[in-house]
Design a protein around this ligand. Structure first.
Ligand code: 3PY
Ligand code: MG
Length: 256
């Protein structure tokens, strides 16, 4: 099992990732086995922590599904660790300046691109690969670094952020984006009058040869986001999966 996520996205495929907030590897593995193209474990707003990432990445890779980790704000060290634990990609929230983007790239890419420190033992063991030069030489391309664009400052700095070597992709957080868009008046990830600006993020990423992703609060938004050019689309929140599944089971058991 290699690093198919980067190849799929670079080939222009739409990758639907589940979004895991519950820090429990059994559930994470179940969701990975349900047919998603990837599973993202959320350490920013979800309950995931270092121990659950250690177990969760393994549970996901066991299903031959790519594992993605969203780290907490400013935790570039954790981005390195998530890759060491075997993640295929990291998503870093609130990358609001070119300095943030450079720091993120430094922690996620090996020299000469960045300053990532050596130690991917766990990730390689999960894949049955011996450590060494093969990973050193391929990891910068095969593991992906997503910078979240979700503030006015990030939007203003977008082209400079995209120009940072080692930033492979941007990822739009439409909830925070809507708070910025309305000047703090409300949170509405589906706000219609910001959709052109959201689409523009994907277009500008593509123009610079970079990838783009987005969080779909409503899974029915995914096709629209794909049309805008977003390759990685988060469209399967674990709480919603459990709730909807329970409702369907109960409804069937009660005779529809
Ligand atoms: C946002 O919508 O702000 C996000 O960070 C998605 O999780
Ligand atoms: Mg956000």
């Amino acid at each position: 099992y290699g690093y198919e996520l980067a190849g799929a996205l670079r080939a222009g495929k739409t990758v639907l990732t589940a979004w895991s907030a519950q820090p429990e590897a059994g559930l994470v593995g179940m969701i990975a086995g349900a047919g998603f193209d990837a599973v993202t474990m959320d350490m920013q707003h979800g309950g995931h922590h270092e121990a659950s990432i250690w177990d969760g990445v393994a549970a996901v890779l066991l299903r031959r599904v790519p594992a993605i980790v969203r780290v907490p704000v400013g935790r570039f060290d954790m981005a390195s660790r998530a890759l060491d634990f075997g993640a295929d990609a990291v998503i870093a929230p609130m990358i609001n300046s070119v300095e943030d983007a450079r720091a993120l790239a430094a922690f996620t890419k090996y020299p000469p691109l960045g300053e990532r420190s050596w130690g991917p033992t766990r990730g390689l063991a999960l894949r049955g690969v011996e450590g060494g030069n093969a990973y050193l030489h391929s990891a910068n391309a095969d593991t992906l670094c997503f910078a979240m664009i979700e503030t006015r400052a990030a939007l203003d700095a977008l082209d400079d952020i995209l120009d940072v070597d080692g930033i492979d992709a941007v990822f739009v957080g439409p909830a925070d984006f809507s708070i910025a868009w309305t000047g703090g008046q409300g949170v509405d990830a589906t706000l219609d009058d910001m959709m052109d600006a959201v689409a523009d993020v994907a277009a500008r990423a593509k123009a610079k040869g970079k990838l783009a992703g987005i969080f779909a609060v409503d899974p029915a938004m995914a096709p629209r986001y794909a049309q805008m050019g977003f390759g990685l689309i988060a469209a399967g929140f674990d709480a919603a999966i459990v709730n909807r599944g329970a409702q369907a089971v109960l409804s069937a058991a009660r005779g529809g």
